[in-house]
Ligand binder design. Structure first.
Ligand code: MV4
Length: 503
């Protein structure tokens, strides 16, 4: 095994990875920015080194410094976590050049999946279903895209090759508006990624976002660990994830799992990875993209499979065989994850900063909290607002929801505002309970037009009085800003009925 691993990340995921190392008896090295001198990951690790000032590009993105530290302190391997240097081909290659094992896929696989158009072409050639569009044609000029669009049919989506996560994406409903939308998509992609290439796909509406976790070792073994439903998101930020998906049955799981393994094998994938699919109302599924890293939401898969994904990543990187064969992967029960963000759900989900003065973590049966913060720690605007993940397991989906409600109620965070009231409202929602949601759910049901369209206000004094009243009213409790009738003790009768119906 490795003797020492450097974790090139911060926050909850750095702590998660350090914990896996500790259990495996591997020494650990943390790196940190000036804003993170007192961070939990720094305290948890055996050694810690300062990278530089708070901004990511001067700290957590300094690949050169990180590799230098790893070399000097004798680390055998680097785990990138998610974000920052994860999914950077050049970083994975630089680790290898320095004789340090990168805990993740090969640079070639990161590159092949990093360009979304290339990824689509590659997996489509391997027989993986993709949404009908421009696959197999490579980069196209506007004239070619305009000529092809009517054959694909409207509505369609223009997507950035270098994109992912919705950046540079445009919905097109007619040929007439397409030239302008192509131009603005290219402009946005060029400025965000330095690559203005785009491709088009038919729009799949009312779809769910379901992803498959895979593991592949260096000996040619590859398995899938079932799916996660990540449809509860807002502006491409996931908020709640669950496993298994209430929408997926045995047969669909097996089909999607086998296709996911095929997609991974098409780029010679090694280590943990995730294949994202769109799944329409008729259970047709289409490859969206592959994430070549450990994901935020990996714990829900860990809770229903009993597999420690980070420990497997480390074993795979060391050259071991997978600890599990496909038939060893058995799903048990149901897991939910709520991302706890330092943001104000009553004020357009604005980031909230400050020092956490008090916090009380939920515990007890079936509850897991992955967090990187503690009382006394200051939340700064430099990094992601996610401060914790609250993950629960239950024998059934209904039990998991009840447990999540209980845990959310126990959770106390003082000093910053959090989205806990949003999650409480979700756990009370009949549509969520019934599993009847798609990727539009949050925007449809949780929009607050009176707060989001303030540019239309013509009477600032009246607006100010109303805003004050509304803020006071809404601060009282979560339920006020959505469907009052959904807060009802008989919800649980309803869940029971729904579960009996679906047995
Ligand atoms: C789509 C789609 C519908 N049809 N592609 C958004 C981010 C990027 N990863 C892909 N995305 C989508 N691609 C076709 N052909 C709808 C989305 C989409 C979405 C996907 C997953 C999770 C949330 C989403 C929210 C809005 C749109």
């Amino acid at each position: 095994m490795f003797k020492k691993i450097l974790v090139a990340n911060r926050g909850e995921i750095a702590v998660r990875i350090l914990r896996a190392c500790r259990e495996l008896g591997i020494d650990t090295v943390a790196v940190y920015s000036e804003a993170d001198r007192n961070a939990l990951h720094v305290r948890y690790a055996d050694e810690a080194y300062l990278l530089g000032p708070a901004p990511s590009r001067e700290s957590y993105l300094r690949a050169d410094k990180i590799i230098d530290i790893a070399r000097k302190c004798g680390a055998d391997a680097i785990h990138p976590g998610y974000g920052f240097l994860a999914e950077r081909e050049a970083f994975a290659a630089a680790c290898a050049d320095a004789g340090i094992t990168y805990i993740g896929p090969k640079p070639s696989a990161i590159a092949a999946m990093g360009d979304k158009m290339t990824a689509r072409d590659t997996v489509a050639a391997a027989g993986v279903p993709v949404v009908p569009g421009t696959e197999g044609k490579g980069a196209m000029r506007d004239e070619e895209l305009l000529a092809l669009a009517p054959k694909i049919g409207f509505p369609l989506l223009v997507k950035a090759s270098a994109g992912g996560g919705g950046k540079g994406m445009r919905e097109v409903t007619s040929l007439a508006e397409m030239p302008a939308l192509l131009a603005s998509a290219r402009r946005e992609a060029e400025s965000a990624f330095g690559d203005g290439n785009v491709y088009i796909e038919k729009l799949v509406s009312g779809a769910r976002h379901i992803e498959i976790q895979i593991l592949a070792d260096t000996h040619g073994n590859a398995i899938y660990l079932g799916e996660r439903d990540c449809s509860i998101q807002r502006r491409h930020q996931k908020l709640i994830e669950e496993a298994p998906s209430p929408f997926v049955d045995e047969e669909l799981r097996r089909k999607m799992g086998e296709v996911a393994v095929k997609a991974a094998q098409s780029v010679d994938y090694v280590n943990a990875g995730t294949i994202e699919f769109l799944v329409d109302k008729d259970s047709n599924f289409f490859f969206l993209e592959m994430n070549t890293r450990l994901q935020v939401e990996h714990p829900v898969t860990e809770l229903v499979t009993g597999i420690d994904i980070v420990a497997e990543q480390i074993r795979i990187a060391r050259g071991r065989q997978l600890s599990y064969k496909q038939q060893d992967v058995v799903l048990r029960g149901h897991a939910l994850e709520c991302r706890i963000n330092a943001e104000d759900p009553y004020n357009g989900f604005m980031p909230s900063t400050g020092t956490i003065t008090h916090s009380l973590l939920p515990t007890g049966p079936g509850v897991r909290v992955d967090t990187g913060v503690y009382p006394g720690f200051e939340i700064t605007p430099f990094y992601d607002p996610m401060i914790a993940k609250l993950i629960v397991w239950g024998e059934t989906r209904g039990q998991a929801i009840l447990r999540m409600r209980r845990a959310l109620e126990e959770y106390r965070i003082v000093g910053v505002r959090t989205n806990i009231p949003f999650h409480q409202t979700m756990m009370d929602s009949h549509r969520f309970m019934a599993g009847q949601y798609d990727t539009r759910f949050v925007e449809e049901r949780f929009s607050m037009p009176e707060l989001e369209h303030d540019q239309e206000m013509h009477y600032p004094e009246i607006a100010a009085v109303f805003a004050t009243l509304a803020a006071h009213h809404e601060a009282q409790r979560s339920a006020q800003f959505v469907m009052r009738n959904e807060r009802d003790a008989s919800n649980w009768k309803w869940v029971g009925r729904w579960e009996r119906m679906h047995r």
